[in-house]
Design a binder for this molecule. Structure first.
Ligand SMILES: *[C@@H]1O[C@H](CO)[C@@H](O)[C@H](O)[C@H]1NC(C)=O
Ligand SMILES: *[C@@H]1O[C@H](CO)[C@@H](O)[C@H](O)[C@H]1NC(C)=O
Ligand SMILES: *[C@@H]1O[C@H](CO)[C@@H](O)[C@H](O)[C@H]1NC(C)=O
Ligand SMILES: *[C@@H]1O[C@H](CO)[C@@H](O)[C@H](O)[C@H]1NC(C)=O
Ligand SMILES: *[C@@H]1O[C@H](CO)[C@@H](O)[C@H](O)[C@H]1NC(C)=O
Length: 490
């Protein structure tokens, strides 16, 4: 269905997109081809005969640990087909029962064994075992059969990563060794040829007390990315660089803009896409949600690398168009609607020119959004009648304290983790279709975005109203800066 004026304006935007490419939308609710949330956290991606396989921790409401390992396949890193469990928990099993920790799975093809090998952090619920689990399968999607759970070279292992050097095909395990005073290191240890046991410690990142490690390899460099240890709260992910895996490794540096806490994500994996035109490196991060781990999202972003200057950094894109064949990607252009042009209802108000609102677009931010009567409305929004991604740019000043909960104050010691506010989003005043918008803690003056997929009417007369969620109690929404509406996929 087309209306002339619209077809013209959206196709202009679409010209900047490439035909074969697919949208990747960091932080969105990703759904598989059955319509379920993509449920594969802190895992890895393996390219197998032209198809990408995503492995990860499977979490459901009320069963956030010990859910086993799920597997999905995709031709484009955007469309995901579920293959169910690659490793199913087994009732009563000493290492993979539903009561045990099965975290950070990584799958690698063992040429020597002609099998797929899966490794993970195997533990009990108190993190008292600190082992590495091992399972094998003849087919990539499994089911994998449990082999053992062992201490690496007799030592401890917590957050687990796995890296294969493309130059010589050798694989390495990367693992933090726990929180005890004798631990707090990250190990880089070479596997045997079969990738069935560890052989030699190649390097130890001594006493940095980091976790969630991954290594990315360019022609000239190795970059190791890791996060600090703040549980399921995000922090500033750091990178180290080296010419050789044995080091020397550089000092760590922070990879994303300061105070964004790596755009509210944790490291875990990096994917190299060697395309026909370009090699692209993706940061494969987790946006954990400790309020409901099963709803945790994914922050996948192209990584900026300047190998001459030995630099690596992350930049934010709401939506980008990725062609896994050519390796090319482009940011998708959207239409911006500023908060300063929105209308306010109830106690919500536009704050401008009081003080330096220069962090906000157009010098104005919308604040006081609360419950369903103190709302703000954007007008004159152009839509296509098809589902479109809309990014909501906001500031959430809770800083991981209690935030708007009684008795709380921001950034305080002992403060409970709030981690997010929730707003309601209503299109064209239709209150029987309320979308929930999660707005994770930012910092004062830091504006980040969360995307929602919405269906707007064709034409230029849509409204989007944002309130605090009303869910038995009223919630305070975050302060809104602007929204950006993206064209549907070609
Ligand atoms: C690889 O993929 C091609 C095309 O999809 C298929 O015909 C072929 O059987 C696959 N090979 C293996 C070893 O799975
Ligand atoms: C175990 O790890 C600790 C901490 O890194 C280290 O001091 C110790 O030497 C390791 N022990 C063995 C046997 O590798
Ligand atoms: C709005 O909130 C009030 C309570 O504050 C509630 O009674 C009412 O049902 C809500 N209306 C909608 C449309 O959610
Ligand atoms: C309002 O939303 C409901 C639920 O999605 C839908 O069934 C209904 O058609 C919508 N009403 C209008 C006027 O679009
Ligand atoms: C836009 O929508 C409003 C409210 O739904 C309506 O009153 C108005 O006539 C519409 N304008 C156009 C140009 O369609």
């Amino acid at each position: 269905m087309f209306t002339r004026p619209l077809a013209v304006s959206w196709s202009c935007l679409l010209l900047s997109a490439i035909a074969q490419a697919k949208y990747v939308v960091p932080g969105g609710r990703w759904r598989d081809t059955d319509g379920n949330l993509v449920n594969a956290h802190a895992g890895n991606i393996v390219l197998n005969n032209g198809t990408f396989y995503l492995f990860g921790e499977y979490k459901t409401e009320g069963q956030e640990e010990g859910g086993g390992i799920s597997v999905y396949s995709s031709p484009d890193l955007s469309t995901w087909h579920s293959h169910g469990h690659a490793l199913k928990p087994i009732e009563g099993h000493p290492y993979i029962s539903p009561q045990m920790i099965i975290q950070r799975p990584k799958v690698v093809y063992s040429e020597a064994a002609r099998q797929y090998h899966m490794w993970w952090h195997a533990d009990n619920s108190k993190y008292g075992l600190l082992l590495q689990g091992f399972a094998t399968s003849d087919t990539i999607a499994g089911p994998y059969s449990f082999v053992n759970a062992t201490p690496p070279l007799g030592n401890w292992s917590q957050d687990f990563g796995l890296f294969t050097d493309y130059k010589d095909g050798r694989s390495y395990a990367l693992y933090s060794n726990g929180d005890s005073k004798d631990g707090r290191d990250v190990y880089l240890t070479a596997y045997n040829e079969e990738v069935s046991a560890l052989e030699d410690v190649v390097h130890r990142f001594d006493k940095y007390d980091l976790e969630a490690p991954t290594i990315l390899q360019t022609e000239k460099s190795y970059y190791a990315l890791m996060s600090h240890k703040t549980g399921y709260r995000p922090n500033n992910v750091v990178a180290f660089r080296a010419d050789k895996l044995t080091g020397p490794w550089s000092q760590p540096w922070i990879v994303a803009p300061l105070n964004t806490r790596t755009f509210n994500s944790q490291s875990g994996f990096t994917l190299t896409i060697k395309g026909t035109k370009k090699t692209t490196y993706l940061y494969i991060g987790d946006q954990w949600d400790s309020n409901s781990l099963w709803e945790s999202r994914y922050i996948w972003l192209p990584i900026n690398i300047d190998d001459e200057k030995k630099k690596l950094s992350l930049e934010w894109y709401d939506v980008y168009d990725l062609d896994v064949k050519s390796g090319e990607w482009f940011p998708v252009k959207g239409k911006t609607y500023l908060g300063k042009d929105a209308t306010t209802q109830g106690n919500a108000f536009k704050q401008e020119a009081i003080q330096m609102q220069n962090f906000a677009s157009g010098g104005a931010i919308l604040t006081g959004i609360y419950g369903n009567d103190s709302t703000i409305t954007f007008h004159g929004i152009e839509g296509t009648g098809k589902p479109q991604w809309v990014s909501f740019y906001y500031q959430n000043t809770d800083d991981m304290g209690f935030g708007d909960q009684p008795g709380g104050s921001p950034d305080r010691i002992g403060g409970a983790w709030q981690l997010r506010r929730i707003s309601s989003v209503i299109v064209n005043g239709n209150t029987s279709n309320v979308e929930t918008l999660y707005q994770r803690d930012t910092h004062k003056g830091i504006i980040l975005s969360t995307p929602l997929q919405l269906t707007l009417k064709e034409g230029q007369n849509n409204t989007i109203t944002v309130g605090g969620l009303f869910d038995g109690v009223d919630y305070k929404g975050a302060d809104l800066d602007r929204i950006v509406v993206y064209p549907p996929e070609a």
